[in-house]
Design a binder for this molecule. Sequence first.
Ligand code: FES
Ligand code: FES
Length: 148
Amino acid sequence: MRLRFQLNGEPVEAEVPGDALLLDLVRGRGLTGTKEGCGVGVCGACTLLLDDRPVSSCILPAGCVQGREVWTVEGVARRHPEIVDAFLRHEGLQCGACTPGQVVMAAALKLRGGEPDEAAVREHLAGNLCRCTGYRAIVESVRAALGS
Ligand code: FES
Ligand code: FES
């Protein structure tokens, strides 16, 4: 299957097997910031933006990107450096396994607009599991990045 889509702001073409997953497509292009955790759509580690909405790339077929726009954590970090800065300043990570998904989710919230309060940020991040931080520092990081 031949795919044409936008990846981190650039037009790309890719030839992939018909059963390829979106996670494999981006990691196969060297964008290994996107992590596989559960592999079944429940942990959030593999979150990407598809047309500026967060999706679980471990359960989506690669073919769904045809003609659409994909942002991985690498592109999000370039597009929104203030989010990465906030995670570093507020110590919103420990082992880092969940961090790419958290950063992408923060970008999704930023793109949605508004000034979400703590409860809204926690609700937005509810599908992104973290085994290390207890979430407080992640929520503070996201709120700092959004200025909320
Ligand atoms: S690896 Fe995709 S949701 Fe867990
Ligand atoms: S920082 Fe380790 S899982 Fe979140």
